[in-house]
Design a protein around this ligand. Structure first.
Ligand code: ATP
Ligand code: MG
Length: 552
């Protein structure tokens, strides 16, 4: 598939193949099934699958399901769907929970080697004893329990003899290490929680920092690619692999997370938006989730091209969300049929057009791709135009419709506004116009020129449609993860991120299917919404408007 270009991770792989350290590249994408995947995960997916692909290697999809409290099978299924939709196929599907027995044995091995102990300190005390970046930690009074006592207590932890939080298993490394991760990290905790895969078989669960390196080693992963926050954990990662005497020694390599402006990108925050009703589910088109972007109308190609453009590096600045829009516009330009839709209808009666007559006009499906052929657009005495393509008292330089002015109807005729009909409140509800049969589009009429071209939809056969227009979900420009923003991200939720309009589309769109994509003249690219579209009403999500000032 798409090539990722040269980057420092690829360089390591090339070196390892050339030196004979590995004869095959094996990577993994290891999501925790505690939420839906977002665009940041897409980056990790593309790097892991993409790099392995380039070397004819393998990639596992591994669910890092070691924390039963937050995990769910719904998330497992959505993640599988999203990875496939992005265009990737895993070589193996694994669950970390399938390795619980193996992990337990490795923990026992550590105890036997005097490298792990059962601690009775509370979570609070462990935190206090840990010290800080500038002060060393303090050893737990339980640190010197005998191997026999530790083996006995650990087995009893497994057997369910203790309540949550009463005991933990800790690696015995160095409470004075300048790297806090090495100050006797907790590697097992008690949690009497049913697990989505192992049920009630276990009531002790391994911690991420212990489980992850073991999972990689068990699967013979050669390069364990993760984001830079894990850089400080690399010494612990290597310690676990070495001290647990794993045969394989995967290498952890970190790259910079993807951040995008005007959104949040952590499953915890996204879940909060869902749970607190700010959005209509994980697949709400405003969400930066893969499923939300799919529903909005993004294509897998556009997401892959975007991620490729962001590159693979250690840095993690926020990428402008407009860059994402740029790539979907580019992708759809040559794929999406052109059409016309009225988002804010105003009825126009063409008084000199024969009553009851319907004429079929010709238009290209996509002028940039002539092979896509032609479509027929009905025209009659009654049409809809956009409300804001008419002004009763226009400012100068307004070239659209106003009393006495003539405009071109795209693909049809010139019409001239003769009369304005209002309701009792003075609201304009209908226009009476005349048309000039000589000005038919495509006939080469040169008699006179008009300055404005507007779009329209024939009224008697038009199809009712709902248009959903989106603005950024988060008003704040970037998410840099500082504490202050952690607290306030909900305050930055844009209350006007969704505008719903009721209008009409061309009759030939009646048979549109969910996920069909169109370019509506002057309005941008739209996707048929798979959730709200019914036989009676088409619902369109605006993917992106037509133009942007953004340049890459
Ligand atoms: P979140 O903080 O959003 O919950 P996570 O890192 O906890 O994300 P995991 O399910 O553990 O999510 O992640 C699976 C993989 O995706 C990990 O290797 C992780 O580093 C990577 N990943 C997550 N977010 C990003 C991001 N914004 N950019 C690049 N990679 C990411
Ligand atoms: Mg996580």
């Amino acid at each position: 598939m798409d090539n990722l270009g040269s980057n420092f991770i690829k360089d390591v792989m090339i070196k390892d193949l050339e030196s004979g350290k590995h004869d095959k590249i094996i990577t993994r994408f290891p999501p925790e099934p505690n939420g839906y995947l977002h665009i940041g995960h897409a980056k990790s997916i593309i790097i892991n699958f993409g790099l392995a692909d380039e070397f004819n290697g393998k990639t596992n999809l591994r669910f890092d399901d070691t924390n039963p409290l937050k995990e769910d099978i719904e998330y497992v299924n959505s993640i599988k769907e999203d990875v496939k939709w992005l265009g990737f196929e895993w070589d193996n599907l694994f669950f970390a929970s399938d390795y619980f027995e193996e992990m337990y044995k490795r923990a026992v091995l550590l105890i036997k080697k005097g490298l792990a102990y059962v601690d009775d300190l509370s979570a609070e005390e462990i935190r206090e004893y840990r010290g800080t970046l500038t002060s060393p930690g303090k050893e737990s009074p339980y640190r010197d329990r005998s191997v026999e006592e530790n083996l006995d207590l650990f087995e009893r932890m497994r057997n369910g003899e203790f309540e949550n939080g009463k005991k933990v298993l800790r690696a015995k490394i160095d409470m004075k290490s300048p790297n806090i991760n090495l100050r006797d990290p907790v590697i097992y905790r008690i949690s009497h929680t049913t697990h989505h895969n192992t049920g009630d078989k276990w009531c002790i669960y391994p911690m991420y920092a212990f489980a992850h390196p073991l999972e990689d080693a068990i699967e013979d992963v050669t390069h364990s690619i993760c984001t830079v926050e894990f850089e400080d954990q690399r010494p612990l990662y290597n310690w676990v692999v070495e001290q647990c005497e794993m045969e394989s020694t995967p290498q952890q390599i970190e790259f910079g997370r993807l951040n995008v402006t005007n959104t949040v990108m952590s499953k915890r925050k996204l879940k909060q938006l869902v749970d607190e009703g700010f959005v209509d589910g994980w697949d709400d088109p405003r969400m930066p989730t893969i499923s939300g972007m799919r529903r909005k109308g993004f294509t897998p190609e556009s997401i892959r091209n975007f991620v490729r453009e962001t590159g693979v590096s250690k840095g993690s600045g926020a990428v402008d969300s407009q860059m994402l829009e740029h790539f979907v516009r580019e992708d759809l330009k040559l794929k999406a049929p052109r059409t016309m839709g009225i988002l804010n209808p105003l009825k126009v009666v063409i008084t000199n057009y024969p009553e009851g007559q319907i004429e079929l006009l010709d238009a290209e499906i996509n002028p940039e791709v002539p092979e896509m052929g032609m479509r027929k657009i009905p025209f009659s005495r009654e049409i809809y135009i956009e409300k804001d393509d008419f002004m009763e008292n226009p400012p100068s330089k307004y070239f659209r419709l106003f009393p006495g002015n003539e405009v071109r109807l795209k693909h049809a005729y010139f019409i001239k506004c003769e009369e304005v009909i209002k309701d009792i409140n003075g609201e304009v509800i209908e226009l009476r116009c005349t048309y000039d049969p000589l000005t038919k589009s495509g006939t080469g009429f040169t008699g006179r020129k008009v300055k404005g071209t507007i779009h329209w939809v024939e009224a008697t056969n038009s199809v009712p449609a709902e248009f959903r227009l989106y603005e950024p979900l988060i008003l704040d420009k970037t998410e840099d993860g500082t504490e202050e923003e952690e607290k306030s991200f909900l305050d930055n939720v844009n209350p006007d991120s969704l505008v719903v309009l009721q209008g009409f589309v061309e009759p030939n769109m009646r048979e549109s299917m969910p996920h069909d994509k169109f370019q509506f003249f002057r309005h941008g690219y739209f996707n048929v919404d798979p959730k709200h579209t019914t036989v009676d009403k088409l619902v369109f999500n605006r993917i992106v408007s037509l133009k942007s000032s953004f340049k890459i």
